[in-house]
Design a protein around this ligand. Structure first.
Ligand code: MLT
Length: 205
């Protein structure tokens, strides 16, 4: 049985009913975040697709017109395609649909945020490293049963702290339970990001 829609992806089975949906940053691929996923939760299944857009040869999850300026039509289409891939993967790999936790870094965190806003049924929690507001939806979804953890870098030259705060406010206004923290860091992930995310995930239902 073929996945429809499909993405190039890695799937690593786990031994709990949680699945981490791993979404890489610009220039990454489906293998990048597997070690991070294992560090965050040694028991979860890992589902890690590769973004289909190529920007100068670098995979991404949606097109942008410039750094931080997104092609909104493409973003919406790609968000729905990714959400449909997750739904197809749940059936294909027999995953628990109500235990999908998104874990995104940079461009991957931005499409995860977009999926929370446009397809709120897909993830019950999300860890967003270095994320910004991807789009403002026409109507706010009901995220009252969704928990989100945002880790911003206080010296991030690509995503200013104000952008991460704007995302936290937007998700809160949709009812999500949002924790935002500022790491002493730039755009790259630090071991402190990973440890604090793991602690947050451990306490999640
Ligand atoms: C994006 O394009 O999603 C953001 O600018 C983050 C990045 O990928 O550099």
């Amino acid at each position: 049985m073929k996945l429809q829609p499909d993405f190039l992806h890695e799937f690593v089975p786990g031994n709990s009913n949680r699945t981490l949906l791993l979404l890489h940053g610009t220039g990454g691929n489906e293998r990048d975040l597997i070690p991070l996923g294992r560090e965050l939760d040694p028991n979860a299944s890992l589902l890690s697709p590769r973004g289909k857009i190529l920007e100068n040869g670098m995979p991404r999850f949606f097109r942008r017109l410039a750094e931080g300026v997104f092609d909104l039509e493409d973003l919406k289409t790609r968000t729905h395609e990714l959400a449909d891939f997750v739904t197809a993967s749940v059936r294909h790999y027999k995953l628990a649909a109500n235990h999908i936790v998104g874990v995104g870094y940079s461009n991957g965190a931005n499409i995860a945020a977009s999926m929370l806003l446009l397809r709120p049924e897909i993830m019950h929690a999300a860890i967003l490293f270095r994320a910004m507001v991807p789009l403002i939806p026409e109507t706010l979804p009901d995220l009252s049963s969704v928990r989100v953890w945002i880790s911003a870098g206080d010296q991030d030259p690509i995503i200013p702290a104000s952008e991460a705060k704007r995302l936290a406010e937007l998700l809160r206004s949709a009812g999500a339970d949002v924790t935002i923290r500022f790491a002493k860091a730039a755009h790259g992930l630090t071991s402190d990001d990973v440890t604090t995310a793991r602690d947050w995930l451990e306490k999640l239902e």
